[in-house]
Design a protein around this ligand. Structure first.
Ligand code: PLP
Length: 388
């Protein structure tokens, strides 16, 4: 009999499945549960975008595109980045269309990180950075952001973690799971810390369109940072296009060229139908973003009001579509809190420690759901916390 322990990569075998997944698995087949767990828009992709995908199929556009993606799409992504975030990229050579922001992150890490390299990852954060770094043989170095700093990266704490082995810094604002953002001034302080180093920044800006009150500042737009920033972004969150799997990298030519080789060998090209839909989104989707953002903002305000009423402390999220309330005062671990809420009150939220140990004492609540749904879930949370 084959000995699978000899077959499998030890790096992969030792990798823990995502803590978000673990919670989703508990929900399988439970129709009685009201969940606020999912990090995806509850909107359907706007019709004109879907239609562009359908039309491309009707027209028989079922071929591979160039490895980097349709040139027209790359040029439009570059136009969009300039229009929305004052970034300057050459669509022909500095943009790669990827399979979601997920692939963009993986490309950035694998193109830069070698065994022995350290990558500074501020947590709580989205779940994929650490495993991607480990797969590349790198060492994740955790920078714990704190509620008292509104979950932003503190420049002095960053400075203290930098060693001669530091290769990359991950910045992921607006943030999943906290909803924190970093302002231009705060990003400038980060830039000062790394300006004289060779540290490259992976800036995951997938929630860049979803900010409430303050416009997103891209790290690549901070003076002198363009040359060392790889922007990873995508269509999933801003255009409600999760299932189309469309993302992109924008980076200086010399970096993009190397990432393109990885993409070429592993993916060939992102799905063609999705690329045609994305082209329509990026050209004509600004008003869709506005409409969805207004609705998220309404839900965000509602959620905060209800938490205040319940006496649950909740940091005010300024971006993405998550709230990260502090549940520490109830004396249960995040997992215990969420499991009891699920089992006793049939309401699902994600334990904060699924996003790193710093998330302990918190829970992530997605407000990418209708107000009616949110209301129902919050009623259950309210009932539950009365009992503990
Ligand atoms: C911070 C962050 N980055 C990247 C992604 C990946 O998104 P996708 O691969 O759908 O573009 C997600 C998805 O939840 C996310 O929250």
């Amino acid at each position: 009999m084959i000995d699978y322990s000899k077959v499998l990569s030890s790096t992969v075998s030792e990798m823990k499945p995502s803590g978000i997944r673990k919670f989703f698995d508990l929900l399988q087949g439970r129709d009685d549960v009201v969940g606020l767990t999912v990090g995806q828009p509850d909107f359907v992709t706007p019709w004109h975008i879907r239609e562009a995908g359908i039309d491309s199929l009707k027209d028989g556009k079922t071929y591979y595109t160039s490895n980097a993606g349709l040139e027209e799409l790359r040029v439009e992504i570059a136009n969009y980045l300039e229009r929305r975030f004052s970034l300057k990229y050459d669509g022909a050579s500095e943009v790669i269309v990827t399979v979601g922001g997920s692939e963009a992150i993986d490309l950035a890490v694998r193109a830069c990180v070698e065994p022995g390299d350290e990558v500074i990852i501020p947590t709580p954060c989205f779940v994929c950075y650490e495993p991607c770094v480990r797969l590349a043989g790198g060492t994740p170095v955790i920078l714990e952001t704190k509620a008292k700093n509104n979950f932003k990266v503190d420049p002095e704490e960053l400075r203290a973690l930098i060693t001669p082995k530091t290769k990359m810094l991950v910045l992921a604002y607006p943030n999943n799971p906290t909803g924190a953002i970093m302002t231009k001034e705060e990003l400038e302080e980060i830039a000062e810390v790394i300006r004289d180093t060779n540290i490259v920044v992976l800036s995951d800006e997938i929630y860049s369109e979803l900010t409430y009150g303050r416009k997103h500042t891209s790290f690549a737009s901070i003076e002198g940072m363009h040359e060392r920033t790889i922007v990873a972004s995508g269509f999933s969150k801003s255009y409600a296009m999760t299932g189309w799997r469309m993302g992109y990298i924008a980076a200086p030519k010399i970096l993009a060229k190397q990432m393109l080789k990885l993409h070429q060998y592993v993916i060939m090209c992102a799905p063609t139908t999705s690329q045609f839909a994305a082209l329509e989104a990026v050209k004509n989707g600004d008003s869709d973003i506005e409409m969805m953002k207004e609705e998220y903002d309404r839900r965000r305000k509602y959620l905060l009001k209800r938490f205040a009423k319940m006496g649950i402390e909740c940091f005010e999220p300024e971006g993405a579509f998550y709230a990260f309330p502090n549940i520490g005062k109830f004396g249960l671990s995040s997992e215990e809190f969420c499991e009891r809420l699920l089992n006793e009150y049939k309401c699902a939220i994600v334990p904060g420690n699924a996003f790193g140990e710093t998330g302990e004492g918190f829970a992530r609540i997605s407000y990418a759901y209708s107000i009616k749904h949110i209301d129902q879930a919050l009623d259950r949370i309210e009932e539950f916390v009365k009992t503990i």
